[in-house]
Design a protein around this ligand. Structure first.
Ligand code: PXG
Length: 463
């Protein structure tokens, strides 16, 4: 980058950031007391800040840089596309080469019979599209009463009014008058946190059957769809018991409702297969994709739907929905190049067959740490649950989130980026992470845990 801000000292950048930049999901007072970390460059699985400190990025940015940083092919494709056709819309009976090619490619790689893509600029936008798509679908089929979307508590589906309403984060609903009408939430398959004293397989069935109970409570003629992530990501890498998804699928098949699988995190290799739906044997009617679709190099999202849904929407006049950047040629070209690299370099096979079992084995060793109640992983997403008492899975004294926050800071100090979700720690590294880098990740996580244990004891947070 050759802009003036490249040459500004870190402190000036931090002052200007504090003066003019509003950060997402951020307590401004807390941020400005500490100052923002200015990230300047990245390569492979490592990022570097303006002070020259490097970190192993255990989060692949924000669950998205699946092919890793520093691939020169993507900016080259972007520059070529920008020179040729930087923008054109896909409204008014026009299209462009990258949008055509990407929609064809998504029909090839997405699960089952999904065949048509409706493009968006992000996962949130794509989920807002989904809300309108499923309601319009039933209206066209002569069932306009089917408007309710059932989702789950603690789900994350985005930050717009529709997607945040489908999300199940109570702290998000508490600001801005959410959820919007006709969205309900059932329990999540979080056995460690909510299934105490129960058999894990049985708990999976119980949580799945909440969907059936909810459909019956509302009336099948009122329910449009169920939306869920294969593994809840932002909610804390909640991996469902093996019994969960087959039962959900049975219920979706037994009732006349659509199944929207939000693959924004799980898609493009995160769970060791192309899609979380492949890993869990799910047959979606719609998938939401974003993040790994472009490995985060450009913003893009999409709703990929079955031919049946696409035809219903197309054969009934105009579907009054779309974004300026639906089918953006540069974003589509970059996403296509990202998928080419994933396919030609067998990155998903590597992550599933080599990195996944190695991470599972090394990550499980963190479960022996006195501060860890459970270590779990699915593909290249993983979590550890922090607790002062392994046997009882007790909570820490004081505010939830405090010990998680301490651990996150200790990770940073040790050159590792892990995200905290309340008092659990999660990772989602680039899929290209090597065995040596997995060793380094686990080693640094272990050091951070040691320091966190010491600090939590000193602060009297252990019960
Ligand atoms: N669905 C899922 C499953 C997601 O994880 C979205 C939709 C929304 O995508 P966009 O592109 O609109 O952000 C997401 C996004 C976190 C965190 O703190 C996770 C996300 C976004 C921001 C923060 O873990 N996931």
């Amino acid at each position: 980058m050759d802009s003036d801000s490249d040459f500004l000292p870190t402190e000036t950048l931090q002052d200007l950031d504090a003066a003019h930049h509003m950060h997402p999901f951020t307590d401004g007072g807390a941020l400005n007391a500490e100052r923002a970390r200015v990230v300047a460059a990245a390569d492979g699985v490592m990022i570097t800040d303006t002070e020259g400190k490097t970190y192993l990025d255990g989060m692949a940015g924000l669950w998205c840089v699946n092919i890793g940083y520093g691939r020169h092919e993507l900016p080259e494709v972007a520059a070529r596309q920008m020179r040729q056709l930087p923008y054109y819309n896909t409204f008014f009976h026009t299209t462009n080469r990258p949008a055509v090619a990407l929609s064809q490619k998504l029909a090839e790689v997405t699960p089952g019979n999904l065949s048509h893509s409706f493009f968006a600029g992000s996962g949130s936008e794509a989920n807002d599209s989904n809300l309108r798509i499923v309601r319009r679908y039933w209206e066209v089929l002569g069932k306009p009463g089917k408007t309710i979307v059932i989702s789950r508590k603690n789900a994350y589906h985005g930050s717009t009014m529709g997607s945040a309403s489908m999300g199940g984060m109570a702290y998000m609903h508490s600001q801005g008058g959410l959820p919007i009408p006709d969205i309900t939430h059932i329990g999540q398959p979080y056995w460690y946190g909510e299934g105490e004293g129960t058999d894990e397989a049985e708990f999976g069935l119980v949580r799945a059957r909440e969907l059936e109970t909810e459909i019956r409570r509302l009336g099948e003629d009122r329910v449009a769809a169920f939306i869920a992530e294969p593994v809840l990501g932002a909610g804390g890498v909640i991996i469902p018991p093996d019994t969960y998804w087959p039962e959900i699928q049975r219920i979706c098949d037994a009732y006349e409702i659509l199944l929207i699988v939000d693959e924004v995190i799980c898609g493009f290799g995160r769970t060791g297969n192309w899609f979380g739906s492949d890993t869990f044997g799910i047959r979606p009617d719609i998938v939401t994709v974003a993040k790994g679709l472009s490995s985060g190099y450009v913003p893009i999202g999409a709703s990929v739907v079955s031919g049946e849904i696409a035809n219903a929407l197309y054969d009934s006049g105009e579907f009054n929905h779309g974004y300026t950047y639906s089918g953006h040629p540069v974003a589509c070209a970059v996403a296509l190049e990202n998928i080419r690299i994933l396919q030609e370099e067998n990155i998903i096979a590597y992550s599933g067959e080599v990195a996944t079992p190695y991470l599972a084995e090394r990550w499980a060793t963190l479960g022996d740490h006195p501060l860890v109640g459970e270590a779990r992983s699915c593909g290249l997403m993983a979590a550890i649950e922090l607790t002062p008492d392994k046997a009882t899975r007790a909570a820490f004294k004081g505010e939830a989130e405090r010990v998680g926050g301490i651990c996150r800071e200790n990770c940073f100090r040790n050159g590792l980026i892990m995200r905290s979700v309340l008092d659990s720690m999660v990772i989602s590294p680039p899929l290209i992470i090597t065995k040596d880098e997995i060793d380094l990740l686990v080693e640094r996580a272990g050091l951070a845990l040691d320091e966190t244990l010491e600090e939590a004891a000193r602060l009297g947070l252990m019960s």
